[in-house]
Design a protein around this ligand. Structure first.
Ligand SMILES: [Zn+2]
Length: 496
């Protein structure tokens, strides 16, 4: 419930600021001074002064300082530049000292002290600050948005309602069970705090407002969440896999529909949010001179995000009827249609014999190929790295026809090393050679993923079996394949 008194009291505070010569203002100024924002609150203050203070609290988000001497304006915490205080800007500022704590520290002879500004702010920000006019009268508060045709009370009412609506929206968004990073991204997008080109231009930090991918339109939140050409390509790609995601007209429509999906079909809502998040990550690579992620890569990753999030036996209305129904976090997860997934695992015996087990399966969980191989090693984690690399030795020519390859193991740190290698991060421990992963170049797409140990039981079985002797199976019907392997395979792939 929005408090109705606050907006009405805001009007009194506004009159106090703008009509200092009225009888009421003069009496209050004489008794309490003009510290309605930060002054010490006296418990024995008059009712009028208390009402005024409450009104000022509600009014403050709508005001910014008009600079004159700058003595009263806190450089970091007050709004004096565009419509935000600097502490809420996505920018770096050097630590301020006592002299620059107030804006007056940057003003010399009634103009901006450029040398001083450059010591604390970036060049673009300095240019933007220098365009702020310095007035002759004393520092005073001014409305951020003018000519709205609305009364002060109406503006404050709208603002408090906006904030309340935001809180309600984001609490309902939780039902989509987004990954923390995806949720943070959407929250920032909703607050218009994503450094899109439109945002940077609005903040006077860029001259271009269009999408770096070459879409001929302004890159605002509508574009990032709904209108980018890349998003349509991704939706096409997912629809070919049988996952039909809704199309939206703009950001507000998108949020409305996502909130409905949060109740009716959170899987689809989660998938859409992940698609937009990964699309933004790809866009950042383009922005910084790299190459964009391919639609298949983004779609596969978004799909794996969404599938991994929903723990119960979820039957996907939008998903192929023959797909696995058992999409639990603790069961093996199928790759997207047309892809091959290789799971690997390692067993280390006390004799320093390490054994790798690996199983290749398709999107319906069908057996394609399996192997087990022993070698000497002392360190479980390094042996896990070798197990991922071993996949390269068992790639069959027909596998290269697949849409892509996913290699999965249950050691999170090992998967992190491989992902970091693909992203060209520095491999501090020197675990990998660039040539080690050459085999992946033969695939159209590839990625590495982490699975819980409980989802990797089949390969654990293979690794243990390899303690006796190495093996390769390419036919599930062969006599060499033990019945226990077949029943475990069935168990990991069956609906229950
Ligand atoms: Zn675009």
């Amino acid at each position: 419930m929005v408090d109705k008194c606050g907006p009405l009291r805001a009007k009194i505070a506004w009159n106090f600021i703008n009509k200092p010569h009225s009888l009421l203002s003069r009496s209050l100024l004489a008794k309490y001074g003009n510290q309605i924002w930060d002054g010490v609150y006296r418990c024995n203050a008059s009712t009028t002064w208390r009402l005024l203070r409450d009104g000022a609290r509600h009014l403050r988000p709508l005001l910014r300082w008009r600079i004159s001497s700058g003595n009263a304006i806190d450089t970091i915490n007050d709004k004096w530049f565009l419509d935000l205080n600097i502490c809420r800007w996505p920018t770096y500022v050097a630590e301020l000292d006592d002299a620059t704590k107030f804006v007056s520290g940057f003003i010399k002879d009634r103009s901006w002290d450029v040398v001083k500004l450059k010591q604390f702010f970036g060049i673009d920000l300095v240019d933007a600050i220098c365009s702020v006019p310095i007035h002759l009268e004393e520092d005073k508060m001014d409305l951020i948005y003018k000519c709205s045709g609305k009364s002060i009370s109406a503006l404050v009412w709208e603002k408090s309602f906006e904030d309340l609506e935001d809180v309600q929206i984001w609490s309902r968004f939780k039902k989509l069970k987004l990954r923390p990073r995806v949720e943070l991204f959407w929250w920032r997008l909703g607050l218009n705090a994503i450094p899109s080109n439109h945002f940077l231009m609005h903040r006077k930090l860029s001259d271009i407002s269009s999408c770096p991918r070459g879409c001929i339109s302004v890159e605002d939140k509508d574009h990032v969440a709904v209108k980018c050409i890349k998003i349509s390509t991704l939706l096409d790609c997912l629809s070919k896999w049988g996952c039909y995601l809704p199309m939206f007209t703009n950001f507000d429509d998108c949020i409305d529909s996502l909130l409905k999906l949060a109740v009716s079909n959170p899987f689809v809502g989660n998938l859409y949010c992940s698609v937009v998040f990964l699309c933004w990550k790809g866009r950042n690579k383009v922005f910084h001179g790299g190459s964009d992620d391919s639609p298949l890569y983004i779609a596969a990753n978004a799909f794996s995000y969404a599938v991994a999030t929903f723990p119960c036996n979820l039957i996907l209305e939008n998903w192929d009827a023959n797909q696995l129904c058992k999409l639990s976090q603790y069961s093996w997860r199928p790759p997207p249609p047309g892809w091959v997934k290789a799971n690997v695992d390692v067993t280390l015996a006390t004799s320093n014999k390490a054994c790798i087990g690996g199983v290749f399966r398709d999107s319906k969980g069908r057996f394609l190929y399996a192997f087990g191989r022993g070698f000497l090693h002392w360190d479980g984690a390094q042996a896990e790295v070798l197990s991922v690399l071993a996949v390269g030795d068992f790639i069959q020519e027909w596998m290269l026809e697949a849409e892509g390859l996913i290699v999965e193991c249950d050691n999170y740190n090992v998967i992190k090393v491989f992902k970091g290698f693909l992203n060209k991060e520095i491999d501090k421990e020197g675990v990998l050679n660039s040539k080690d992963l050459d085999f992946l170049d033969h695939f159209k797409q590839f990625c590495f993923s982490f699975s819980f140990r409980e989802c990797n039981r089949l390969v654990d079985f293979c690794a243990n079996l390899a303690l006796n002797s190495d093996f390769i199976w390419d036919d599930i019907g062969s006599n060499n394949v033990p019945p226990s392997f077949v029943s475990l395979l069935k168990e990991e792939c069956s609906c229950n």
